[in-house]
Unconditional design. Sequence first.
Length: 195
Amino acid sequence: MLGAMTIRKIAQIGHPVLRQEARALSEAELALPETQRLIDDLIETMRDANGAGLAAIQIFEPVRLCAIEVRDNPRYPYKPKIPLTVLVNPRIEALSDETFLNYEGCLSVPNLRGRVRRFAHVRVQAWNRDGSPFERVVRGISAGTFQHEVDHLDGRIFIDRVEDPRTFSTWENFERHHQADFVAYVKEIVARHGE
């Protein structure tokens, strides 16, 4: 670790940075101390905000970098666990046509959730924070989390993918009226895909 980590401000919907396309990082840039500090800050900010993931563009750094981690998360108690994963220049490829409807929220879109169609089976290719190749096949709910973060790097927010605007809900109303049905649905997806 390089020095103290900093909790960064998270860009909110309407800020132009969220609609930029992030630029790729070179291996030389990735190795720089300031890039490694940015990765530490990204992780610290994600954890502080109880995010399941956070893209660098959400903390006003439009580079192709994101972090994903699902532990015991009060915002997403039903999500399968994902160990801390840092993705540099990630690419996602759908491995089947199967999709599911995921209720998503976003740290850049406070107090709003909506149902988004995601591929159920994807391959993620990227670099780790040390520049080594990363490749993982991800399924089910976890696949949705990876797709959500990589969308940010292309200037897309989950609301762009909501097919039926009637599914929009505040967090409170999601918990009160929709969470029980969605958790049952998540359990079916996890049983089918294992994550």
